[in-house]
Design a protein around this ligand. Sequence first.
Ligand SMILES: [Cu+2]
Length: 512
Amino acid sequence: MTEKVYTDYFYNESAFNTHDGGYIPMEVPDIPQQQLRIPELLHPDKETDTDMYYTLTAQEGETQLLPGAKTKTWGFSAPLLGKTIVLKNGKTIHMHLQNHLPEMTTFHWHGLNIPGPIEDGGCHAPVYPDGHRDIKFKIHQPAATVWLHAHPCPETAYQVWRGLAAPVIVQDDVESKLPFPRDYGVDDIPLILQDRHFHENNQWDYRADYDPDGVQGPTPMINGTVNPYFDVTTQKLRLRILDGANRREWRLHFSDDLAFTQIASDDGILPEPVHFTHLMTTCAERHEIIVDFSNYKPGDEVILYSDDTPLVHFRIHEFAPDNTTLPDHLVDIPDYEPDPDMPLHKVVMSGMDEWVMIDGKKFSMQRIDYKMPINKTQLWDISNTNDMNGGMIHPFHMHGLAFTIVSRNGKAPYPNEHGLKDVIAVNPDEHVVIKVRFTVPGVFMYHCHIIEHEDGGMMAQIQVYDPKEPDKKYDLMDHETLMKAFAEERGVDMKDLWLGGMGSYEKMGMTM
Ligand SMILES: [Cu+2]
């Protein structure tokens, strides 16, 4: 049987970020190749048959990224990015969250279906410097690659860019029986794609690089490594790709147009494996792929590129033959009929630069933009009013659930969009219909995941309620308290406080 191999990126080329006036092309600095950093696994403080206990620290650090001076970076229990956190489905997770940074942060579990706004860790769950917060939640979702990142609006973009982003692997009994590589660090590795601009003395300068359409840099940084290589010692390699960049899209392909197989999207395994030579990923999306190096021999090198820029050099070594084959069908995706009493809900993403909004409004921390009950299914029509001439793709993300994709402009979603997702990239002038069903209550954010757009107000919030408590009151963070905290922590007057996203509000004469 010959497998169908898709060879295009599917998105509207006229909307690729390369067409934007502010686009910064990538180039690998002329430095020796470095061994790809593989985030260490975070050891639980304790694990029982039913519970897992972890301590996680947001901290400052220094990282040797380029020859010469180390770069000042932030991370979760690591100098940069974070240790990989493993969570098992069905277990109750106890997280002791500590903040050793000089400023307030939050711990957002991107892709976990857990209650909000506290456990979810958006802007309403601050942890102040030298402070801590203990949270507890139960995992009830399939195996997936999700992630942890800071989310203190309107400073999410800056903190993620400083390094506060870590891989999180959810495991379950379905995934563990499928013939996938899963020896972490050997044939199962995260690949966090980011880009940075190195300034004088190898340091980063967010304000100097600021762009309201998203901060980019010319240097690709993969798992916090510049110009990495990875030693391949198995025939098959599972890559858990995360677009962890603030703004950049990555158009991925291998040398020799080597085909690869996608097995999972944001929140779980795909119903069927999908074969590609080219794959575009937008901000915050995850794609798990399996690459088969059977046609290569020791000494060969296979390169992963984005456009023409090499990202990772895979150095092929001796490996044992691996004849495992993937079944045609991997998992069943639960499907629900929309409830007749839940009519289509429309969400409109508009603007670019400072003019970004959702439903004609900028985000306000204490405003609930929509309410819906748990365990009801509703179709949401997500549109992007940018036009095809110069408009952008906006990656739409929702907290607190995984959704499924019903259609793109009335047509079938892309071949790798038949699984569970929490980010969906919407082309200019496009309507994407998704199926929304929350199973946990709380206040959750939904927003564009170009993080500067999010901070600039392209975000809204939903209150998801248990019908027994439709009007539950939540203690929501307010803008004044947050601005005061940042001003105090940075030792500046409120009037001198610079937070990138606030410029977007000021330009439109709005307040948060
Ligand atoms: Cu956007």
